[in-house]
Design a protein around this ligand. Sequence first.
Ligand code: NAD
Length: 264
Amino acid sequence: ASNLMAGKRGLVMGLANDKSIAWGIAKACAEAGAEMAFSYQGEALKKRVGPLADQVGVKELVECDVADEASLDHLFAHLAKAWGKLDFVVHAIGFSDKNELRGRYVDTSAENFRMTMDISVYSFTAVCRRASAMMPEGGSLLTLTYYGAERVMPHYNVMGVAKSALEASVRYIAEDLGKDGIRCNAISAGPIKTLAASGIGDFRYILKWNEYNSPLRRNVTIDDVGKSALYLLSDLGSGTTGEVLHVDGGYHVVGMKAVDAPDI
Ligand code: NAD
């Protein structure tokens, strides 16, 4: 896969540290010869993301808070000036008040509902619209979702509702941009211990449950996600759009607890 992404330029959004899913994807893209830009959310993260950029030879490092339209405009104006064209975008961003990632979904506040939808759903659409204007020869857009969009998972609550909307938006964007040769897909990743995941109640239990009950009998890593992202971002995925690809050790096909699963 050493030249799969050669000559391709892409933006990776959502790096917080070396545990981030975005980092697994960025590493796989770098190894495959892609040239990348990283965006990060605010100055506090720059000291973590800067060294990661250096590790994979990324020179374009731009601050962007996706809740702010002006900040998105600034990011894409920067890329238009630096590169002109874009071949791919990775959106690995989600956020909700962690006080609402426990307890009952039905108690979700209006304010947190709107913020969660804005940052975790609308931002992908806002990014795709801007990115597509820089993809005259086609391109590939990718976001990250979770099984809590399809089934009720403990504590996932408002984020599950947001991920459902995100997956629906992937299908609408695929239709809107498909005639321009732009593909739009999501990866539904199994649980991985990241900064964002640490806000979810009983996350260790969820990790164990998935390890014991998924067909592969293990949890996935950011490198597993990176390899599958490479398929969707590169020409290997040229016939695939509007898809939600599960990278979860097969967990989503399982109907009940495995007979060999130990107690947790
Ligand atoms: P992470 O904490 O490493 O990454 C989340 C990123 O979102 C951070 O870089 C954060 O800065 C960014 N972000 C939040 N609000 C932002 C804003 N307003 N503007 C710009 N950036 C903002 O965690 P992760 O698990 O790698 O999350 C990446 C994506 O993967 C998320 O969409 C998450 O829902 C999804 N996902 C995670 C898991 C898991 O178990 N970790 C499973 C499936 C899907």
